[in-house]
Design a binder for this molecule. Structure first.
Ligand code: NAD
Ligand SMILES: O=C[C@H](O)CS(=O)(=O)O
Length: 487
């Protein structure tokens, strides 16, 4: 299948190792499908052990020269990469929508979001400061310097195939590291195109390497390699735990951006119209397939009916279809397994007494589509209260008191994002401080940006991406002690 690209050479299907695009050593390929219609978009190199080892070797060989560049020189490479991402935004978005399914307007936004991290870390690269330490003795002087950790493995998910990878490569390169990347097999084309633009930006061979295919084999080589000094992972908590364990043998630095179960609390003093607007922004972006999507709506009794009715009306305006169709706001889920799981969550809730209010266009026949669904009368006994839904389904649960809302919100092993609406300043501070989440949005449904720290607590992960903290995960602090000053 050919995509209508202005620059067709952006559609890469091979591994990128040491500055060259390569077929898999075995010649094997796997098909990448359009989730909206099941058509095969491309056949991609199915790599494994040998290609991954070569990629690690290439990253290691390129490390000394890359880290020896001045911060300003590394920054200039990142700026050039950012500019090419912007110049090719349309093609990158078309590739993304084709393989991931999100509406083109959202894909266009994701490209700008990914580019914003590259721009941010082009700037932060020049602000990696050390310290001078007050000396404890007259004959010694102490300073600290910060150096890149070395070769970094980056493993990313399918839901934001451009931005999640840019959010890792950019700080790694800014810190003077080199990378070996493994995108999700559902969405490798966006990652390949991103890396192609990095090459065109003049980032030297071996600094960025990317393989895809035999996931367990690639993972085993990356996690067991002594050359790989850090793993940064974005994906499910279950896989994150496995990878943490696999990395223990070589004591790698770890950054984990994992699953979520976001509460969306509406207090009786909320602006209901604003709360509905925020709910729509948080719940239905990427057809509900984001780690920070509202997963549980907790609504105070006095406004439960008003909020639920308004949310149902707003949801009815969503238009479901293929992401490249004009006006579509809800695309397909990533694959049939995902859609089947979401339908099972709806069934579990209705079996236990919830009412499913489906809206938007009539469900499209293709197996990967799930119509936007409100679940009124939801309870904490239902799977949707405990599990990350990852689909356009909004369970609405009633509560009576502020203390009950906080207890319900925190009743999860996850701790990524939380949302609440209130116009009481005392409540805003009490609830904001009491919620056990890495990111709390107050009176808004959209908080993600490159300048604020992104990350979770509990089983949603560790480390932060973006912000002034985003480089810390890629740096080691070295203490230098100069003695003999009294001679
Ligand atoms: N916290 C965040 O910033 C964030 C962002 C996006 C997605 N997510 C989470 O990611 C999940 C959805 O993404 P997904 O389905 O791609 O997650 P996933 O965990 O199934 O896969 C994520 C990546 O890990 C790879 N992987 C899986 N097993 C591996 C192994 N043994 N060795 C090496 N790599 C392996 C996959 O191929 C993919 O590239 C959701 O839970 C979502 O909440 C979190
Ligand atoms: O799904 C995970 C992404 O990090 C969501 S966001 O686009 O960064 O908000």
């Amino acid at each position: 299948m050919t995509l209508p690209l202005s620059d067709p050479s952006l559609l890469k299907t091979q591994a990128y190792i040491d500055g060259h695009w390569n077929e898999a050593d075995s010649g094997e390929t796997y098909g990448v499908e359009n989730p909206a219609n099941g058509e095969t978009l491309a056949d991609v190199a199915r790599c494994g052990h040998s290609e991954t080892r070569r990629a690690i070797k290439a990253a290691h060989s390129a490390l000394s020269e890359w880290r020896a560049l001045t911060a300003k020189a590394r920054s200039a490479h990142l700026e050039a990469w950012h500019d090419l991402m912007i110049a090719h935004q349309g093609d990158l978005a078309k590739i993304l929508t084709a393989e991931q399914g999100k509406p083109l307007a959202e894909a266009m936004g994701e490209i700008l979001y990914g580019a914003s991290y590259v721009k941010w870390f082009a700037e932060e690269a020049k602000r990696i400061y050390g310290d001078t330490v007050p000396s404890p003795s007259a004959d010694k002087r102490f300073v600290t310097i910060k150096q890149g950790v070395g070769v970094v493995a980056c493993i990313t998910p399918w839901n934001f195939p451009n931005a999640m990878l840019a959010r890792k490569i950019a700080p790694a390169l800014a810190a003077g590291c080199t990378v070996v990347c493994k995108p999700a097999n559902q969405t490798p084309l966006s990652a390949f195109a991103l890396v192609e633009l990095a090459a065109r930006a003049g980032i030297p061979a071996g600094v960025i390497n990317i393989v895809s295919g035999k996931t367990p084999e690639i993972g085993k080589v990356l996690t067991s390699s002594e050359i790989v000094r850090k793993l940064t992972f974005t994906g499910s908590t279950a896989v994150g735990k496995q990878l943490m364990s696999d990395c223990a043998g070589t004591m790698k630095r770890l950054s984990m951006e994992l699953g979520g179960n976001a509460p969306f609390i509406v207090f009786e003093d909320a602006d209901i119209d604003a709360a509905v607007e925020g709910a729509m922004a948080s719940k239905f972006r990427n057809a509900g397939q984001t780690c920070v999507c509202a997963n549980r709506f907790l609504v105070q009794s006095a406004v439960y009916d008003q909020f639920t009715a308004a949310l149902a009306d707003a949801t009815a305006n969503l238009k479901m279809g293929a992401g490249d169709e004009a006006g579509v706001t809800i695309g397909p889920l990533i694959d049939n397994r995902a859609a089947t799981n979401v339908r099972a969550l709806i069934q579990d809730a209705t079996d236990q007494g919830a009412t499913a209010v489906q809206s938007g266009d009539s469900p499209v026949s293709t197996a990967n589509f799930v119509a936007p669904t409100l679940l009124t009368g939801a309870t904490t006994d239902m799977r949707v209260f405990r599990e990350e839904i990852f689909g356009p389904v909004a369970p609405v649960i009633r509560f009576e008191t502020e203390a009950e809302a906080i207890a319900l919100a925190n009743d999860t092993e996850f701790g990524l994002a939380a949302y609440f609406y209130s116009r009481d300043i005392g409540r805003v501070w009490r609830v904001g401080e009491a919620l056990e989440f890495g990111m709390v949005a107050i009176n808004t449904g959209a908080m993600s940006n490159e300048m604020a720290p992104f990350g979770g607590v509990k089983e949603s992960g560790q480390g932060r991406e973006g912000s002034k903290y985003g480089l810390d995960d890629y740096l080691e602090i070295k203490s230098l002690c100069m003695g003999g000053l009294d001679q």
